[in-house]
Design a protein around this ligand. Structure first.
Ligand code: IVH
Length: 518
């Protein structure tokens, strides 16, 4: 029986008419086959069989295990679905202390690390491994003779909580190491459990629909999931695991990290495709820049890069300080969240006449961009967030573009400003506003200047009339100086009119003029 290549699913033998030996052999072959197809599907992303065929193999294995309970094992693929609920987790001592990383934010500090390594490493040539720094949950996974034994959270670094049942629900975690060149008799590896952004959003959507509290971010969702006492509740949650260090091994030795990172996939342990081997600070810097730019397009959250000395001999010569190895450093990205003061809430009128409350902030640098305003979307949201002038607020760049206020940072005892409410009249033209759904509108149309400006900008834009030389600034100026009161006025402009605009000289005016006045 071989269920790896073109598996046959017309199982002839009646389950109850098999000898025990036959059942044992078939169970073994099915498990190997299923693990192989799991590996192709989850780790390599290259399935060779259809879901229907896979389901048949799985179903047959389930039935055999029911008929022959004595053949059941803890690491069977059928045990991934979620075991029995627990009262609490067992504590386990890690096979080796799980260290943490020293982290820095500035280039100068990162460079200092490189200088330190250069000064303290005898050989001229230094190789580094650069890896994304995941924002997930660090775990230890232990294999004995290639079989999964246990898996634990980092805990305090010395002891963590044994969470094998929860870990088993992660399909990319192999229950048996694949035959590489060799398998160590004992292997303890370190990796990160994380949740993809898309899966996180879907999970939160479902939680909100069920009336459960949503998770604050994918890291909390991954950690919360791993600490759930009832594994049945978490099967199917979109978790994944990537591996990045050997904590301990017996029966096999390695001399560099690069060697380990090449070995991992051969055992079926997934590594990050963004890992790079380099040898200069310039390369480190450009990797940092590059990943920082790519960060928002990645499927999962990262919060920096990890720089690791490649050579194990050099690593052990440097040793550990304050529970962090001297041979590694986390160079973080600028945070995407900051706290600042809300100075004022103004109401902006858009092209369609929609009124949007906007918070004016004390300018603050968030992830490399200065933010001085953030949208509050509508009256309800402004009131729910209950932010008022003078409050301290936590701001973030949502999807990394539009600044958003996440929450108010409470300051007990501090006297607060007025609660926000939408004005009864348009703050620009004074017309009485009306409400439609959650939004308010100014009814004045083109006699309300911001609506006219918005309309002109839209009219002149590339997707509409594509009028070269008529951008946002000019549109605003034309309306504010009273030169244009209607779209039609654009076609009655004189060169003299255009010369009244900011930044317009003879040349630019005569360039725009014929575009409009033909
Ligand atoms: S190596 C001693 N590599 O960062 C080195 N850690 O405090 C052991 N982390 O808790 C860690 N990505 O969860 C390493 N590529 C990576 C990592 C990584 C994320 C986390 C890990 C640890 C924290 C550092």
């Amino acid at each position: 029986m071989n269920f790896k290549k073109n598996p046959k699913t017309d199982f002839k033998k009646d389950l109850n008419k098999m000898t025990k030996q036959e059942a044992r052999e078939e169970v073994k072959a099915l498990r190997e086959g299923i693990e192989y197809h799991d590996y192709l599907y989850y780790v390599k992303n290259q399935p060779e069989i259809s879901d229907a065929v896979y389901d048949k193999l799985f179903y047959r294995l389930q039935k055999l295990e029911e008929a022959y309970p004595e053949l059941q094992t803890n690491t069977s693929p059928t045990r991934r679905i979620g075991g029995q609920p627990m009262e609490k987790f067992k504590k386990v001592k890690h096979s080796k202390v799980m260290l943490s990383l020293k982290s820095v934010l500035d280039e100068t500090e990162a460079k200092e690390f490189h200088r330190f390594i250069s000064r303290n490493t005898n050989e001229k040539k230094i190789s580094y491994l650069l890896e994304p720094k995941f924002d997930g949950l660090s775990v230890e996974i232990v294999y004995e003779h290639g079989g999964f034994q246990y898996g634990a959270t980092r805990g305090n670094g010395e002891t963590g909580e044994d969470i094998p049942e929860n870990l088993k629900t992660i399909k990319t975690l192999p229950m048996h190491l694949r035959d590489g060149k060799a398998i160590p008799s004992f292997l303890s590896v370190r990796g990160e459990v994380f949740m993809r952004k898309q899966g996180f959003q879907q999970l939160n959507k479902e939680r909100i629909e069920r009336g459960d509290e949503p998770f604050a971010n994918p890291r909390n969702a991954a950690a919360g999931t791993m600490r759930q006492l009832d594994p049945g509740k978490i099967a199917g949650r979109p978790l994944d695991i990537l591996f990045y260090e050997i904590l301990a091994s017996e029966g096999m030795t390695f001399s560099s990290h690069w060697e380990v990172l090449k070995q991992f996939p051969e055992w079926g342990l997934k590594t990050n495709p963004h890992n790079r081997k380099v040898s200069s600070f310039e390369e480190i810097k450009s990797y940092h820049q590059q990943l920082s730019k790519q960060r928002n397009n990645l499927e999962y959250e990262i919060d920096g890069i990890v720089i690791k000395l490649d050579d194990y001999g050099q690593r052990s010569a440097l040793g550990v300080r304050h529970r962090s190895p001297r041979w590694a450093l986390a160079w973080k990205f600028p945070p995407k969240e900051e706290v600042t003061s809300l100075e004022q809430i103004v109401v902006q009128v858009g092209r369609t006449g929609m009124l949007t409350p906007v918070a004016l902030l004390q300018p603050v640098n968030v992830g490399g961009v200065t933010i001085s305003r953030a949208t509050l979307h509508n009256e309800e949201e402004a009131r729910n967030k209950d932010v008022r002038p003078g409050d301290k607020v936590r701001v973030a760049r949502a999807g990394d573009v539009i600044p958003e206020i996440i929450e108010r940072v409470k300051q007990p005892g501090k006297k607060r400003g007025e609660k926000f409410s939408m004005p009864k009249r348009c703050p620009v033209c004074g017309a009485h506003v009306f409400k439609e759904g959650a939004y308010y509108f100014c009814p004045a149309g083109l006699s309300c200047p911001p609506q006219l400006i918005g309309r002109i900008i839209h009219y002149a834009s590339r997707n509409a009339m594509d009028i070269d030389g008529l951008g946002d600034k000019t549109a605003k100026d034309l309306v504010q100086k009273g030169i244009v009161k209607d779209i039609a006025d654009l076609y009655n402009l004189s060169v003299e009119d255009l010369l009244k605009l900011d930044g317009f000289a003879e040349k630019s005016a005569t360039q725009l003029y014929p575009t409009l006045c033909v």
